[in-house]
Design a binder for this molecule. Structure first.
Ligand code: CAA
Length: 258
């Protein structure tokens, strides 16, 4: 995919492993990270060899937030004029799944980036938080909205208003993360989940992701109709025929549609 200043990418077995690489600032997310990540997920969406990505940080920090030193002196007109943070919306338009593998701090924009992914696998060392209130601001990359949908109003208010951190056990219990594993298992567990996804039909995976995401945007009856229409559309793929035929013939399916 070329060279990136703030990211390290490895590709193997249908999976792209993306590492945030700003160790000196605990992977603080500046505009370069945003621009590079958006570019990279676009390239991955167009790469038929990859079916799923994992995004991770270091053992100490997934990401300790948006880069405070980049924002500190900005005026209102600069923030508004640039539509600061709007670039991150394009990250959520990735069609292929992205799993967040979180160890250490996922604070502010770091927590928000993890929530922009399709699901989160956390190490026991993970710490989540929206501490922006301590800086005289509030979440700006979707945290007030996404965290509330993940954990409900009461816990989201607690997190956003007190700025306290949540450990991995609480994140699991409140539904913020899908799985918690030992720190030394984190990358393997996330890669394994990604390989499983990459082994399925790519168009069916993309349609499934799109459909689950619609549940945030639509009423229940419209969402169920959307699901049913895409379910019908799946019968235009070779992979539906292959998947069902393989079951009937008691063999492993070989998915090929791209
Ligand atoms: N932005 C810029 N630099 C950051 C950073 C951030 N969000 N988080 C950490 N760093 C830098 C520190 O300034 C420090 O740099 P120096 O070595 O040059 O001093 C380096 O990373 C290491 O950090 P610490 O020395 O502070 O490490 P620690 O282990 O003592 O503490 C920490 C770790 C508790 C995570 C602490 O770094 C911290 O509180 N970071 C800020 C967390 C935060 O407020 N995040 C929200 C940011 S605002 C935001 O994200 C807005 C939004 O909604 C998108």
């Amino acid at each position: 995919y070329g060279d990136f200043e703030t990211l390290i990418v490895e590709k193997a077995d249908g999976v792209a492993l993306i590492r945030l690489n700003r160790p000196d600032v605990l992977n603080a997310l500046n505009s370069t990270v945003a621009r590079e990540l958006v570019e990279l997920v676009g390239l991955i969406d167009r790469d038929p060899e990859v079916g799923c990505s994992v995004i991770t940080g270091s053992e100490k920090a997934f990401a300790a937030g948006a880069d405070i030193s980049e924002m500190e002196t900005k005026s209102y007109m600069e923030m508004y004029g640039e539509d600061f943070f709007a670039v991150w919306e394009r990250f959520t338009h990735a069609r292929k799944p992205v799993i967040a593998a979180v160890a250490g701090y996922a604070l502010g924009g770091g927590c928000e980036l993890a929530m922009m992914c399709d699901f989160i696998i956390a190490a026991e060392t993970a710490k989540f938080g929206q501490p922006e209130i301590k800086l005289g601001v509030m979440p700006g990359m979707g945290g007030s909205q996404r965290l509330t949908r993940f954990v409900g109003k009461s816990v989201a208010m607690d997190m956003c208003l007190t700025g306290r951190m949540m450990d991995a056990a609480e994140a699991k219990q409140t539904g913020l993360v899908a799985r918690v594993v030992a720190a030394d298992q984190l990358i393997e567990e996330a890669k394994q989940a990604a390989r499983t996804i990459a082994g399925f039909s790519q168009p069916i995976v993309a349609m499934t992701k799109e459909t689950v995401n619609r549940s945030y945007e639509m009423t229940l009856s419209e969402g169920i109709r959307f699901e049913r229409r895409l379910f019908h559309a799946m019968f235009a793929t070779e992979d539906q025929k292959e998947g069902m035929n393989a079951f009937v013939e008691k063999r492993k399916a070989q998915f090929k549609d791209r």
